[in-house]
Each structure stands twice: as C-alpha cells, then as structure tokens.
Design a protein around this ligand. Sequence first.
Ligand code: PRP
Ligand code: URA
Length: 209
Amino acid sequence: MGAVNVLSHPLILDKLSTMRDKRTSCADFRRLLREITLLMGYEVTADLPTRPTLIETPVATAEFPVLASRAVTIVPILRAGLGMVEGLLELLPFASVGHLGMERDEVTHEPSEYYSKLPRGAADSLVIVVDPMLATGGSAIDAVANLKEHGCTDLRLVNLLAAPEGIAAFGEAHPDVDIFVAAIDERLNGQAYIVPGLGDAGDRIFSTL
Ligand code: PRP
Ligand code: URA
C-alpha cells in the first residue's frame, strides 16, 4: 500500500468543518474546496525535486533552486474533481489538465467511465488525480487504472474526504500510488455515502441537489 498522508492542518480542518455543514451555500462550498486544495497542494508537492539555476539579482549572480521539472498534469475525476483544479493551478500554473468522467451507479455503486481526455505528454509527467470523495474507492481505482493504461507511472491521489473502506480498496489496487487526504471519516452507509461526510460533493458544488 502507498503512503496515506492525512493533512490535518487546523486551517484545512476548520474549512472542512464548514463544508460539512448542510447550511453552507454552494458558493461558499466551492470557495472552501478551492482554498483547501491550495493548502493541500503545498504538501502534495513538498518533495518535488529542484535544481540549481544561475540567476542574476539586481545585486549579484548566484545559483538558486527552481523546480527540476514543470511536467505536471492535474486530472480531476468529473464532476466533483473539477472543484479542486483551480486551487492546484494557482500553485502550479504551468500544469496541464486532463479530464476523466466517472459516474457511480446509484444502486450498485459501481463506477462507469463516460469521458476521457488527457493532454499529450501526460505519461511523462507527474499526474495528480483529484476528487473530493474516496468512498468505496471504485471511481479512483478505475481512474488510475485508465491513466496507467495511457502510460502514466508517477501518480498521486488527492481527496478531501475518505472512508476507511476506500483507502483500503485503493491501496490494494494501486499500492504504488500515494494518497493525500484532509480527513478519514468513520465508515460508509448503506448507500455507500461517507459518514458523517458532507453529502454528495458534486451536487453541493454544482447546486444540483
Ligand atoms: C462521487 C465522487 C467520487 C465518487 C466516490 O462522484 O465525486 O467520484 O462518487 O465514490 P466511490 O469511491 O464509491 O467511487 P459521482 O459518481 O457521484 O459523480 P459526480 O462527481 O458527477 O457527482
Ligand atoms: N460521493 C459523494 O459525493 N459523497 C459520498 O459520501 C460518497 C460518494
């Protein structure tokens, strides 16, 4: 199983608690998700290699660190993952964005793919897969399998909330992929929703309740 990084910074947890509140408006939910993703992105990218580069300041010339590679692809799992793209792009404005559309069947909870568009060069880049919810893990497992079929090898998964069941299933399916999550909740309910969770992330982002 890959590493499971729980990013429980007080600012992240405070914002997440507001997102959980059913009275939080759609506009605030979207804003908070963007802000949390930006904060999480700082940790998700903490080990990116740098290389020394000669830079001329107004005073002197010296070597300073810059990112060794700018080959990064952000891949939101549609729809809800879209809410996490902007926050990461603020940190990584040079990143490309691919899209994977996955929809969970309401009865079987099995995901099915309805859209896939990846930028050229994704296979040779760091791929950061984003989706607010890791419930059964089915959507993320299939999304990462799709990316591996396209040749991607350097992958990270970033979720806002996870259920223990989803973490275990994803870790078994993709032991080479590290997970970054703000919180791991108690369990799944009979409808495979995360408890206590925050409800349906896609519906709350796009006001389709
Ligand atoms: C939600 C969520 C994840 C998935 C998690 O998407 O955004 O993609 O469910 O559940 P899983 O771990 O059991 O697969 P949903 O299928 O509801 O689509 P949406 O984003 O369009 O609302
Ligand atoms: N998808 C969601 O949006 N919320 C859950 O709790 C589970 C799956």
